[in-house]
Design a protein around this ligand. Structure first.
Ligand code: AMP
Length: 192
């Protein structure tokens, strides 16, 4: 099924990346992960990557000017026309407004905002385990705590915003990957 335009919400470590990929495979549409786009730019040493690196290393948000331009150009690519899953964007209220503009300029609208819910005490644990597997430089305990603080302060408020628009679908993100994937597919009415 195509034609879905989804936003994935949830704290760091809630499984947005993993679940986004599984859902994208079922729907035949790409995921657009701002974190992954930044990591790719950093690995290639581009000007954008160099600018983003300082913020990411400290667990701060990359400035909206940089992030919004990157998302706008990614969503203009042909593969995003049939639909997409945004992972890690929007991450603050101003980015919600920019996404609204990007969508309406194309005559598009969001299908849903999927929120992955995970108790805070499980988050640090999960991210420290991921650090051992993926070796991400921002998965150290002090930076994880900083990212969580940014999430609570800047990102969590957009859950209410999408709820008020009737777009919010919340799913518990505790359990095995396959179980959570099944919950998400069923909540969105998508075949696995
Ligand atoms: P993630 O892989 O989603 O955890 O993102 C890793 C880091 O990239 C975040 O901690 C931020 O520094 C940066 N980042 C990702 N998405 C955004 C965004 N929408 N706005 C600003 N910074 C972002």
């Amino acid at each position: 099924m195509t034609g879905r335009r989804l936003v994935l919400l949830g704290p760091p470590g809630s499984g947005k990346g993993t679940q986004g990929e599984l859902l994208a495979a079922s729907l035949g549409i790409p995921t657009v992960s701002t974190g992954a786009l930044f990591r790719d730019q950093m690995a290639r040493g581009t000007a954008l990557g160099v600018e983003a690196q300082t913020y990411i290393a400290q667990g701060h948000l990359v400035p909206d000017r940089v992030t919004n331009a990157m998302v706008k150009s990614r969503l203009a690519a042909a593969d995003a026309a049939p639909g997409f899953i945004l992972d890690g964007y929007p991450r603050n209220v101003p980015q919600v407004a920019v996404l609204d503009e990007i969508l309406s300029a194309q005559g598009w609208s969001l299908s849903a905002a999927l929120s992955l819910e995970l108790p805070e005490e499980l988050i640090v644990d999960r991210l420290l385990k991921r650090a051992l597997i993926e070796g991400r430089a921002d998965d150290t305990e002090p930076i994880i705590r900083q990212r969580l603080a940014v999430y609570q302060c800047e990102t969590a408020p957009i859950i209410d915003l999408y709820a008020a628009r009737g777009l919010l679908v919340s799913v518990g993100a505790v359990g095995a990957v396959a179980e959570i994937a099944a919950r998400i597919h069923s909540a969105l009415g998508v075949d696995e």
